[in-house]
Design a protein around this ligand. Structure first.
Ligand code: ADP
Ligand code: MG
Ligand code: MG
Ligand code: MG
Length: 392
């Protein structure tokens, strides 16, 4: 096929493309709908009306719509996303959609239709618990981190992969929106006026600034492993039996603890939105994620570590401890930015009773701050839950 020129797809040109790619035979009765919910990308679902079987085409837009305005955003993130999904699939095919095709100039990924599953955030808000969610996410993170790190792959090849996943523009979004803006009086922030007093306390908290500066530096500099980079509960499709991770356009070589931290944070935000007697299954997921992650990572370390120092007493324990401490800190940043930064979560914003909503948001700010400041003294997932319980 000749090199394609970028143009945003429409429902009809998406169908034509799927036929041209030979995904459906000519003459198949197809329906197509744009189902994307984001501000950055188009997502088309194309279904064969006779069999009900479909595919999804995700296409990056050259700009991001943000509060009515738009800023240019590289199309390269589409090929990063396709390549990350393929790399993850080589280790854990059961946890990602199959990629059928990608085209860098069209900025598209053609992939498995996951419409039989539900976005985890939506389900969790409806009160579902997805009993296997943490087991699956723990295994997904352990395997993808280990096998793309200097412990699990050829260390020269790893440097090639680092180059393939250089993703400065998308990283900059995280550096600003997760690690910087919420901690200063910045125009991207967005919070209810009743919270101003609590928010200003964060902006004036020099100790908090010092600790977030350290976490931001880790994100800027540590190239441990290929991380997803946006692993919140809106990037996870789930059911009672299956889990699939989507949307790794922020993927890059980053610190081990980042994905775990974002996942923890979004579970905590959901728990904050629930009545106390409905929180247990969500808090269980935090413990279980860490339990499975550390067990699988340790097993891989013992069986497949390529690093000559692997058997050195204390090295694995030291790495696991650092991952945990960092994850707790990253979780704190994510909890805060989802409460007062540019991009909120429906878990909190959707609480209709204003007093309950404000109270949940105040608890979120208190929790985020405590996770960042006390991360070195939290030794286990149970300590995260204790910190959660202490916020009021
Ligand atoms: P964005 O980067 O814009 O957030 P996502 O990859 O998260 O895009 O996709 C946006 C939405 O499109 C998802 O929340 C989901 O509803 C739908 N979607 C994305 N990928 C698939 C898929 N493979 N199968 C079914 N629906 C999908
Ligand atoms: Mg989205
Ligand atoms: Mg998304
Ligand atoms: Mg995305």
């Amino acid at each position: 096929m000749s090199k394609s020129i970028y143009e945003p797809l429409t429902e009809s040109s998406a169908v034509a493309l799927a036929v041209r790619l030979g995904i459906f035979p000519e003459g198949t009765p197809l329906t197509c709908r744009e189902i994307g919910d984001g501000n950055l990308n188009l997502v088309f679902r194309i279904v064969d009306q006779r069999t009900g079987k479909g595919i999804v085409i995700k296409q990056a837009l050259p700009y991001a719509k943000v509060v009515g305005e738009s800023w240019p955003l590289t199309l390269k993130r589409a090929i990063i996303e396709s390549n990350a999904l393929r790399t993850f699939a080589s280790y854990v095919p059961q946890y990602v959609p199959t990629v059928y095709y990608s085209d860098e100039s069209l900025a598209i990924t053609v992939m498995e239709d996951l419409s039989h599953l539900q976005i985890a955030r939506k389900g969790l808000i409806e009160g579902k618990t997805f009993p296997l969610l943490s087991e699956h996410i723990g295994e997904f993170i352990a395997k993808t981190l280990f096998y793309t790190s200097d412990f699990g792959m050829n260390q020269q090849q790893k440097k090639q992969l680092v180059q393939q996943f250089v993703n400065p523009e998308l990283c900059k979004i995280t550096e600003d929106l997760v690690f910087t803006d919420p901690f200063f009086d910045h125009e991207t922030n967005n919070f209810e006026p009743e919270l101003r007093h609590d928010v200003e306390a964060l902006w004036n908290d020099e100790t908090l600034h010092l600790e977030t500066a350290k976490l931001k530096r880790k994100f800027l500099t540590e190239a441990d492993a290929l991380i997803h980079g946006d692993l919140h509960t809106g990037s996870i499709f789930a059911s009672d039996t299956e889990t699939k991770i989507i949307d790794p356009e922020f993927a890059f070589y980053g610190p081990f603890g980042f994905d775990i931290g974002q996942f923890f944070a979004n579970l905590l935000l959901n728990a904050l939105s629930r009545k106390e007697h409905e929180q247990a299954p969500i808090l269980y997921h935090i413990e279980k994620t860490w339990d499975v992650f550390s067990t699988v990572f340790s097993r891989l370390w013992e069986q497949h570590n390529v690093e000559p120092y692997a058997k050195t007493n204390g090295w694995l324990q030291d790495i696991l401890h650092t991952i945990f401490v960092d994850a707790v800190g990253f979780a704190g940043c994510e909890v805060i930015r989802r409460t007062i930064g540019l991009a909120h979560v429906a878990d909190l914003d959707g609480i209709s009773d204003k007093q309950r909503r404000l109270e949940a948001k105040r608890r979120a700010l208190q929790l985020g701050r405590a996770l960042i400041l006390h991360r070195y003294s939290l030794r286990s997932a149970q300590h995260i839950l204790a910190t959660f319980a202490q916020t009021s």
